[in-house]
Design a protein around this ligand. Structure first.
Ligand code: NAP
Length: 246
């Protein structure tokens, strides 16, 4: 895969799946913006990855804040003069059964997981359209396809990402921009570490490949979709779930 000279933005890239995706790009010589609500983590991850000889910058970004998204994307344009790849990875959970779910838990999950994807995508597309090239990958979830008790807000946000992905793919195909999604299953990160052991065990039984995914399992699929070689694939979802949903 030839990424020579390219620039990628990874939202929520400070840790977890985002950090692994950024690591995969760094190994392949892609220059990086690590954009995370936790600015210390963004800067630390960027400085760690820049040791591999690429240019990597950590920036504070709350993807749900429209003014901040505009400001950060214009700073990225000034700093790098191009945006080739956008990975919309930032996401949160605020779980609870529907009947007890607080409005603010619904709103914050939709604001970060779904509106945040729209806001970043809109900014990136402005630059990509002019240059007639772009790769956008949105991180959805198996919960979008199977549903998950306690995750009404989360599964709705992740299903929304799929519709958004397909619409953006159709709107910008003529500009050389592909827009795809990955839908991870159960991946070992801080987000899933907090689940009780019995819930994890029940989950494991649903996975034909018999193990939880690693952050690299997700990153490998994302890197492929982000590569120039995936240019005839758009509006698709790659499921990275060990066969949990097929
Ligand atoms: P994670 O370890 O919690 O990492 C998420 C990162 O996003 C964190 O660095 C977090 O910062 C950051 N973030 C949170 N809110 C943000 C905002 N408003 N703006 C910018 N950054 C923000 O989660 P993960 O497990 O790596 O998940 C990454 C993505 O994969 C998410 O979209 C998640 O929904 C999706 N996913 C994960 C799994 C799984 O099993 N882990 C499965 C399916 C899909 P803080 O640390 O400060 O919160």
């Amino acid at each position: 895969m030839d990424f020579k000279g390219q620039v990628a933005i990874v939202t929520g890239g400070g840790r977890g799946i985002g950090r692994a995706i950024a690591g995969g790009f760094a190994k392949r010589g892609v220059n990086l913006v690590i954009a995370d609500i936790d600015s210390d983590m963004a800067v630390k991850t960027a400085s760690y990855l820049s040791a591999s000889g690429i240019k990597a910058v950590g920036m504070k970004l709350d993807v749900s804040n429209p003014e901040e998204v505009k400001k950060v994307f214009s700073e990225i344009k000034m700093e790098f003069n191009r945006i080739d790849i956008l990975i919309n990875n930032a996401g949160i959970t605020r779980d609870g059964l529907m009947i007890r779910m607080k409005d603010e838990d619904w709103d914050s999950v939709i604001a970060i997981n779904l509106k945040g994807v729209f806001l970043c995508l809109r900014e990136a597309i402005k630059d990509m359209s002019q240059r007639r090239y772009g790769r956008i990958i949105n991180v959805s979830s198996v919960a979008a396809f199977m549903g998950n008790p306690g995750q009404a807000n989360y599964s709705a946000s992740k299903a929304g990402i799929v519709g958004l992905t397909k619409t953006a793919a159709k709107e910008y195909a003529s500009r050389g921009i592909t827009v795809n999604a990955v839908a991870p299953g159960f991946i070992k990160t801080a987000m899933t570490d907090v689940l009780p052991e019995n819930v994890k065990e029940e989950m494991r039984k649903l996975i034909p490949l018999g193990r939880f995914g690693t952050v690299e399992d997700v990153s490998n699929a994302v890197i492929f979709l982000a590569s120039p070689e995936s240019g005839y694939i758009t509006g698709q979802v790659i499921h990275v779930n060990g066969g949990m949903y097929m």
